[in-house]
Design a protein around this ligand. Structure first.
Ligand code: GLY
Ligand code: MN
Ligand code: MN
Length: 436
């Protein structure tokens, strides 16, 4: 894996030419009082280094005579390590992470300047660590002030997170292997959830059993807070209380995925808690499934990123008109965003190191960038009819049988050279399978 991190740094260094890029690790986050959250490295930092500790800085300085890749890390401290875990330390980091030079993070102020002072520009992402941001600005101002005398220095700061988006959008075989493992574990958990859900059980029981499988299979844990939403709870997009007792006529919407070795899966299935859909549930399920299949068809190399959302939106809007839930003509309803009363989110996002992964979607002229082989994207249309639904002006009142139904179907799709591969195909979604 070290050679892959090196290749990634090489590619970024080619892109920045005479510039210097500075990446800050994630901080150690406090949950409450002095209890710490489990550490999770900042994704760009991890992508370039594989280094998994807080209080670190990575520098890429391709123009520097001696050191093109420099790490600043926490020094060894046996007493602190007893409390909060092993530290790689300065000595070991050099060999283990392939850095040309490694310093203690305590030497940052003293050592950083030499890697920036002759750079043509500086790449840095202003993150939430304000004091670190201030440090970078102060360094830059100092170098600008002395530019006339030195005749060199970074004339601008560009965003380092934007810089990485192009690279992270395309997954390598090593990344895909991790996503496939995350997907396989998540598929097992979803299939188990469908087998055990029944009237009388609580949503959190399903959550617990799924997350049990995640951990038991070696995943880090949930990639995001698991949504186990029965009945009308499915109409709350980010419902995470998961504390309701399920009833026989409910649908159960489960949006859950695990993180495996830093890579994520993101799957949603919706099925009846009892044995059968009601007629309205079945109708909406079939419509969402049709929209999802149409959207997946639009996930192809060369097809612009908006087309899969447009496909889902058109299918759903036309279907809602046919059912009498919307009134009007497809194009106009979409133009007026009327479909958003029932389908109010996007159809998908890139997936990888982050659940909502890096990747620039549009060009400066507002056209959408096309999918390319190696992209992994979720495809997740839905229809949600709130129990409190009130039609907009000119739209029909709807029968109460439709109220409180929420359906989403979400798969993770890899763009290949010739088309696509649904990575999450091991979790069934046909109407028949949902009633089995
Ligand atoms: N579960 C997060 C999402 O679907 O985007
Ligand atoms: Mn999801
Ligand atoms: Mn998603």
């Amino acid at each position: 894996m070290q050679s892959e991190y090196r290749q990634r740094r090489q590619a970024v260094m080619e892109a920045i030419g005479g510039g210097t890029a500075i990446f800050r690790s994630a901080p150690m986050a406090v949950m409450h009082n002095d209890v710490e959250h489990p550490f999770r490295q900042e994704s760009d930092f991890f992508y370039l280094t594989g280094f998994n500790e807080p209080e670190a800085v990575a520098v890429l300085a391709p123009h520097h005579d001696e050191h093109q890749f420099v790490l600043f890390v926490r020094p060894k401290d046996l007493e602190k390590e007893i409390w909060s875990g092993y530290r790689v330390g300065v000595e070991a980091a050099k060999a283990r992470y392939g850095a040309d030079e490694v310093y203690s993070i305590t030497e940052l102020d003293e050592k950083l300047t030499q890697y920036v002072e002759r750079a043509e520009r500086l790449y840095y992402h202003f993150g939430c660590d304000r004091s670190f941001n201030d440090k970078i600005v102060a360094l830059w101002q100092r170098l600008i002030a002395t530019y006339p005398k030195r005749g060199a220095g970074p004339v601008a700061i560009e965003d380092a997170k934007l810089l990485l988006q192009t690279f992270r959008r395309v997954k390598s075989p090593a990344e895909l292997a991790r996503i496939r493992r995350a997907v396989a574990i998540t598929a097992k958990a979803h299939n188990h959830a469908r087998a055990i859900a029944q009237p009388g059980r609580y949503e959190y029981e399903i959550q617990a059993e799924m997350e049990h499988i995640f951990r038991l299979e070696g995943a880090i844990g949930p990639a995001y807070p698991s949504i186990v939403a029965s009945g009308a709870n499915a109409c709350i997009l980010h419902y995470i209380e998961n504390n309701r007792q399920m009833q026989a006529e409910d649908l159960l919407l489960i949006d859950a995925g695990c993180a495996y070795d830093y890579y994520n899966a993101d799957i949603t299935r919706t099925f009846p808690v009892g044995s059968q859909f009601t007629p309205e549930q079945r109708t909406l399920y079939e419509l969402v499934l049709e929209a999802q299949l149409q959207a997946i068809e639009a996930v192809q190399p060369g097809r612009p990123f908006n087309e899969f959302h447009d496909a889902a939106t058109r299918t759903i809007t036309a279907g809602l008109i046919e059912l009498g839930l919307l009134a009007g003509e497809v194009d106009q309803l979409i133009e007026e965003k009327k479909h958003k009363a029932f389908f109010m989110h996007g159809t998908g996002h890139f997936l990888g190191l982050d659940v909502h992964d890096s990747g620039i979607l549009r060009n400066p002229d507002k056209t959408w960038r096309p999918f390319t082989a190696g992209n992994v994207v979720t495809v997740e249309p839905g229809i949600y009819i709130s129990p409190h639904y009130e039609p907009a002006e000119g739209q029909p009142a709807i029968n109460s049988r439709w109220l409180g139904i929420g359906v989403r179907i979400e798969d993770d799709v890899l763009v290949t050279e010739s088309g696509h591969e649904v990575l999450t195909a091991a979790v069934p979604k046909t109407l028949a399978a949902m009633e089995a």
